[in-house]
Write a protein that binds this ligand. Structure first.
Ligand SMILES: NC(=O)c1ccc[n+]([C@@H]2O[C@H](COP(=O)([O-])OP(=O)(O)OC[C@H]3O[C@@H](n4cnc5c(N)ncnc54)[C@H](O)[C@@H]3O)[C@@H](O)[C@H]2O)c1
Length: 347
């Protein structure tokens, strides 16, 4: 049998290798380094091709493709969101992605992105928190204690310096799991009986629930002045977490308005409701938090550039390591025009 040539091989990072990479480096250093890649790419936002993600909706969930490119690389992520999955023993969100060379279109990385999405979502949230959370914020409420939860808590510890997380989930088993996973993390972790209880004394409020409906995880009367809300779970048409009145009292910060207006909390508002783009805040071209009493809201939906940053990060990180396999996924006939001959000779 003919062995594939070097040109046929693409580095592939499996879930096992992603976990080994993260555990070897340590999750907090990984979150910090990844946030650095994301920040660098937000700061060069105009360099990217941008489009709202391509979403295929069904009664139970959504499957999405998230492409973007700069002059050198093209990246995309395949990701699903199926809130019912968890009860059936499947992940709500799974993903994989590809990074390619723009010069010849050849993929240069294929990787699992289920773990990587949790890392990049948390790193993005905490990066945004660094710009928008009240100064000296130490306590975060974490409502929704599913797959993303511990990543969020540790990212806010590593990047924003929180020392306490107050957990709440409608399912006490989820809170118990997070409590157990965060033991020994250096965070003070407090299980709470309700959303109201969880936000008590918190300067940062993260909502990270999964439900295929207009949910009201936070009601208007729960939110006082001077907090930062990191709203993760409202990320599809008809799937939101905050009462509309909170939005009307908040300064709203978004990734990419054309996508967030379709998918984010702001789908509840008029199309022209003012929002601030985060890349402009990071470049110092738009104000972030300007008043300690202000309510800032990161209406997070997850944008392709964050995945591109994550792909770049992994591509750089696996160099000179054993955290990848080489997969024979590209045809490489001896004569580029003789694809047919290559197939026939393999018979
Ligand atoms: N913005 C982004 O970039 C981004 C990225 C990844 C995931 N997400 C979204 O984040 C959400 C969480 O993802 P996950 O992978 O952790 O999901 P998950 O299913 O693992 O966990 C969701 C948790 O929310 C809890 N929950 C549901 N309704 C609740 C309520 N009313 N009050 C309190 N808790 C409630 C569930 O019991 C569950 O433990 C999903 O909606 C997902 O689509 C967003």
């Amino acid at each position: 049998m003919n062995l594939p040539s070097q040109k046929a091989l693409v580095p592939f990072v499996s879930v096992a290798n992603m976990m080994a990479l993260v555990n070897t480096a340590g999750i907090e250093p990984v979150l910090r380094d990844l946030a650095g890649y994301i920040e660098a790419d937000f700061k060069r936002w105009p360099d990217f091709d941008k489009t709202p993600r391509v979403a295929s909706h069904s009664a139970d969930g959504v499957i999405e493709l998230m492409p973007t490119a700069d002059a050198d690389n093209y990246g995309f992520k395949y990701v699903n969101g199926h809130p019912k999955n968890m009860k059936e023993g499947y992940q709500t969100v799974t993903a994989f992605g590809v990074l390619s060379s723009v010069a010849n279109g050849y993929p240069i990385l294929l990787t699992e992105m289920t773990v990587l999405t949790a890392l990049r979502t948390a790193a993005t949230s905490a990066l945004v928190g660094k710009y928008l959370a009240p100064k000296g914020a130490r306590v975060m409420a974490m409502i929704g204690n599913g797959a993303q939860c511990e990543f969020q808590a540790l990212a806010f510890k590593a990047i924003c310096g929180i020392d306490t997380v107050r957990l709440y989930d409608v399912d006490p088993k989820a809170t118990e799991k997070a409590l157990c996973n965060l033991a020994g993390s250096g965070l003070t972790v407090i299980p709470c009986r309700s959303g109201e209880d969880a936000i008590e004394g918190a300067q940062i409020i993260t909502t990270c629930t999964a439900d295929k409906q207009y949910a009201t995880i936070l009601t208007d009367n729960m939110i006082g002045s001077g907090v930062h809300i990191n709203a993760i779970g409202g990320d599809c048409p008809g799937k939101t977490e905050l009462h509309r009145d909170i939005l009307l009292r908040s300064d709203i910060f978004v990734e990419y308005p054309p996508q967030t207006r379709i998918e984010g909390e702001i789908q509840q508002l008029e199309d022209n409701h003012p929002v601030t783009e985060l890349w402009q805040v990071m470049r110092g071209e738009a104000p972030g938090r300007s008043d300690p009493r202000q309510i800032t809201l990161f209406d997070s939906v997850g944008f392709a550039i964050e995945d591109f940053s994550a792909l770049r990060f992994i591509h750089d990180r696996i160099r000179d390591t054993t955290f990848f396999d080489l997969l024979d996924i590209l045809a490489d006939p001896d004569d580029p025009r003789d694809l047919f001959g290559m197939v026939r000779r393999a018979a």
